[in-house]
Design a protein around this ligand. Structure first.
Ligand code: NAD
Length: 349
């Protein structure tokens, strides 16, 4: 019944095109008419490369946003714009209907939810009816957190939701998609909560894919990144072999892209410097998706596989290679630097 009334509310209010406001220079105190009342006050925690841009898009769409991060310089950027900044996750939760987290790893997410002054308020009742974690973490941690959330009580029942709910909603698309509000969200958890939260997702992304029960969004994300890592290693290895056998990477790229080896790593994100413009390989592998994040995601995939006893040899090998890049001091470089820094591939002249 709770869910039905929320959905009714959603149906009556969600048929709108979210307006795009210019980047705010001061706090928005007005509440946009397109913002559904059950989502009006949004807390955002983790304002790094991705989170700061996602939070900005929510602000532009008219949400009343409060933020928290442990990095004081990023906090200052938001407070200078007149956005409400809070000293702890608990303080954010105290004034929010929904809280979104965008943090580096499972440890950070656990700390923010269950640590002292955490979102879950040490087991006491909480205000937000919905928690959305967009960090890339493993499905096991997601499920643990989701049950901690649903074991909490709400200070005030929201329509008839009796306990808060959590959605795992990791993203694909990187920093530029976070900036332009064109992320893809992969969502796990209660479908009704996902539907009720859709306006939030469409303010930050252009695709939302509902994956199923709790943890399936996290699972989808680590599977996507595992496949991306292996395809990047595959094309890099093939380009290096090609160069050693006398074939230029430009020629091989043309062949791959019109043959069965074609993939995102060959036609959109080519790792060989000099083959494509506008990709990290064309700017000394700066920007893009850090090798350290790829190593972390492969660790999550590997741990998940181990937990269920699944043999994943390519995951282990990819994890080993990206961990080595980090050990060699290349953790901040885009993961396509594997071509130059692991395989010793040559730039295309
Ligand atoms: P980031 O390191 O730039 O930002 C993380 C932010 O979290 C930082 O500002 C940090 O200060 C903050 N933080 C850490 N611990 C905290 C705590 N205890 N309390 C409050 N704030 C805390 O990371 P990012 O690139 O924004 O990535 C965030 C997540 O998104 C990661 O899980 C990453 O794997 C995933 N992701 C990143 C990309 C990308 O291209 N960068 C793409 C897709 C998904």
């Amino acid at each position: 019944m709770v869910i039905r009334s929320l959905l009714k509310l959603a149906e009556s209010k969600f048929n709108f095109i979210s307006p795009r406001f210019p980047l705010p220079s001061s706090a928005r105190t007005i509440s946009s008419s397109s913002v559904p009342s059950h989502l009006e006050r949004v807390g955002f925690i983790g304002l790094g490369n991705m989170g700061s841009r996602m939070a900005n898009n929510l602000i532009k769409a008219g949400y009343n946003v409060a933020v928290h991060d442990i990095n004081l310089s990023v906090i200052k950027m938001f407070s200078d714009k007149g956005i409400s900044v809070k000293g702890s996750p608990m303080e954010v939760a105290e004034i929010s209907d929904v809280v979104i987290t965008m943090l580096p790893s499972p440890t950070h997410v656990l700390e923010v939810y269950t640590g002292s002054n955490g979102l879950l308020n040490g087991g006491n009742p909480v205000r937000p009816w919905l928690f959305i974690d967009s960090s890339t973490i493993d499905p096991q941690t997601t499920r643990k957190l989701s049950s901690a959330v649903s074991n909490s009580a709400l200070i005030q029942h929201k329509d008839s939701w009796n306990t808060p709910v959590m959605l795992d909603a990791p993203v694909s698309g990187g920093v530029s998609a976070a900036e332009t509000g064109t992320l893809t969200f992969m969502i796990g958890g209660l479908e009704e909560a996902y539907k009720a939260a859709e306006p939030l997702f469409s303010s930050m992304g252009k695709n939302t894919i509902y994956c199923g029960t709790t943890g399936t969004g996290s699972a989808a994300k680590i599977c996507n990144n595992l496949a991306m890592a292996v395809s990047m290693l595959g094309v890099s290895e093939a380009f290096v072999l090609g160069q050693s056998l006398g074939i230029k990477a430009t020629t091989l790229t043309k062949i791959f892209n019109s043959s069965s080896a074609r993939c995102w790593s060959s036609d959109m994100y080519n790792p060989v410097p000099g083959v494509m413009d506008g990709v990290p390989s064309s700017r000394n592998y700066d920007g893009g998706f850090a090798s350290a994040l790829m190593a972390k995601d492969l660790n999550l995939a590997s741990a998940s596989a181990k937990e269920i006893g699944l043999n994943c040899p390519l995951t282990s090998e990819a994890k080993h290679i990206f961990t080595k890049l980090c050990d060699d001091g290349l953790g901040k470089k885009d993961f396509s630097c594997v071509f130059r820094n692991f395989y010793n591939g040559k730039d295309e002249l």
